[in-house]
Design a protein around this ligand. Structure first.
Ligand code: BES
Ligand code: ZN
Ligand code: ZN
Length: 510
């Protein structure tokens, strides 16, 4: 998206849509007689109202538009401004304002612009600090929300289907140092190009994206940046690495597994080294324990892998100063004639034997070998991201990511980064009570317990068996990496790119 800064008053700017921000009244809402919103008290928006003969103020007096966060009302300018339309966008009540509010407002504006088929919008950016936020922070948040909202998964769409997004340009009326503002936009661009790459990979169907083509996507990314290198292990090399658990998962599929190892080299020496592991099940049919519900959503079971690859794009773009390695065990979980059986006892790279109770608990098997491999590289912190359990939604719903791990400090840092990023997370406890159900069989461990509802915790307990003395956190993104309905700046159903924004703020805060 093209970005321009100007000092011209809003009505004089040659765009198709102007934005005016409205603030909701504080306090209890009286639904019978709601208090009207009011226009943001900045000269730019007030001037626009004046040029329009007080039309904006009058429009909000009718009390159907209350200025709630992200709420919009579109008005025609009847030739009084260069732009044809004006959109009033709600900021909500000032007490609840945060950078996430800005992202959501930006998302709403982009959706309106595309609905009106506008190619350009203009808004006033307050250069002064506002409710504890700096202009550069708000601008970054604005573009994060806008660029995420403008993404469409449209590579397979015929010409006569839903129209493509039209919005191409944002003009910001502001004063002050535009260098700092331009930099804020570039940071947002760097973050969201990673987020949208992850979304695209996740949205691709399993006949287009399999372990081989996922490997190719990682290799292509590495070609774009001198700071990134990548190798993809073939099935033969995976056997040499003794990744028996990953191999077991892929047995029932025609497409062979792959193992992706990415490295990001920062320009300077970095004492800290972060290892990221992403679950890369390109389709999860459940295997012989075949899924009976929502199998069509299981193309998203490589959301963790996509987050790793997407985050490397962000690392390359933003040139962050920390060394990062990425590890992706990729396989298809299918019930073909060679498929692993419930009751199989398999080996793993770490040397532990695993009894397969449920072939649908495949992610932890693939991850077990990848975590063991990642531990060999002795990272400062090891973070895995996996669409591991449906139970994640029972624990914390669709917008909060459960985090579990063995290091309080690491978890704390991730929770803080998530809050800043607008990707909320919450810690779940690894209580050892649930381990009993995993170790009472003939092998060292079972891949699924019985009799516990805490599947997200049991999943983490299983993974912890394959962590040595490394500081580790596990993010169960089963629900947060996928928006089953559009929400806020996620304009359409599909992948969200969670938790790439969290990782960015986490690395920046180290
Ligand atoms: N990929 C699924 C988890 C999942 C479910 C992700 C729904 C997104 C939405 C995973 O492989 C799985 O099937 N997990 C099982 C584990 C169980 C068999 C122990 C689950 O959560 O039911
Ligand atoms: Zn599964
Ligand atoms: Zn799965």
């Amino acid at each position: 998206m093209e970005i321009q800064f100007t000092k011209e008053p809003l009505d004089q700017i040659g765009v198709e849509l102007l934005v005016a921000v409205c603030v909701a009244q504080e306090g209890e809402k009286n639904l019978e007689k709601p208090k009207p919103a009011f226009l943001r008290r900045v000269a730019a928006d007030q001037h626009l109202d004046k040029v329009l003969g007080g039309y904006l103020t009058r429009a909000i007096q009718d009390q159907t538009f209350l200025g709630n966060e992200g709420e919009t009302l579109v008005l025609h300018s009847f030739g009084k401004t260069k732009a044809k339309h004006i959109v009033l966008v709600g900021m909500g009540a000032p007490k609840k304002f945060s950078l996430e509010t800005t992202r959501r407002m930006a998302g709403s504006i982009v959706q309106v612009a595309n609905r009106l088929k506008s190619n350009s919008v203009a808004a006033f950016l307050n250069p002064a600090p506002f409710l504890g936020t700096k202009a550069t922070e708000r601008l970054q948040a604005l573009f994060e929300g806008a660029l995420i909202a403008n993404y469409q998964f449209d590579s397979f769409r015929g010409k006569n289907k839903k129209p493509k997004n039209t919005l191409k340009k944002w003009v910001l009326q502001t004063t002050g140092n535009t260098n700092a503002l331009k930099e804020a936009c570039q940071v947002a661009e760097g973050i969201v190009s990673g987020v949208n790459l992850a979304r695209e990979l996740t949205n691709l169907p399993p006949n287009k994206l399999n372990p081989t083509t996922l490997g190719k996507a990682a290799l292509d990314l590495a070609k774009k940046y001198r700071s990134i290198s990548c190798k993809v292990l073939t099935p033969q090399q995976i056997r040499v690495e003794r990744m028996w658990a990953l191999l077991a998962v892929s047995q029932g599929a025609k497409t062979p597994p792959s193992f992706i190892h990415l490295k990001y080299h920062p320009g300077k020496n970095s004492k800290t080294k972060i290892a990221l592991v992403g679950k890369g099940i390109t389709f999860d049919s459940g295997g012989l324990n075949i899924k009976t519900k929502k199998m069509e959503e299981m193309k998203m079971d490589m959301g963790g892998a996509a987050a790793v690859i997407g985050f490397f794009e962000t690392l390359g773009k933003l040139k962050l100063g920390v060394a990062v390695e990425g590890f992706i065990p990729a396989a298809e979980n299918m019930p073909g004639s060679g498929a692993y059986h419930p009751s199989d006892i398999i080996d793993s790279r770490a040397g532990k034997t695993i009894e397969i109770i449920n072939t649908d608990a495949e992610g932890r098997l693939a991850l077990a070998d990848a975590l063991d491999y990642a531990c060999d590289t002795k990272p400062t912190y090891l973070i895995d991201m996996a669409t591991l359990t449906g139970g994640a939604a029972y624990a914390v719903g669709e917008v909060v990511t459960p985090i579990l791990g063995n290091d309080k400090k690491l978890i704390e840092k991730l929770l803080k980064a998530g809050e800043k990023a607008g990707e909320p997370a919450w810690e779940l406890p690894i209580v050892q009570e649930y381990k009993r159900g995993l170790v009472d069989g003939p092998a060292d461990i079972k891949n699924s317990g019985s009799g516990s509802n805490a599947s997200t915790i049991t999943g983490a307990i299983f993974l912890e068996e394959f962590i040595r003395d490394t500081k580790w956190a596990h993010m169960d993104i089963a629900y947060t990496s996928w928006a089953a309905k559009p929400r806020y700046y996620f304009s359409e159903v599909g992948a969200t790119g969670n938790p790439i924004r969290t990782l960015t703020y986490f690395i920046q805060g180290l």
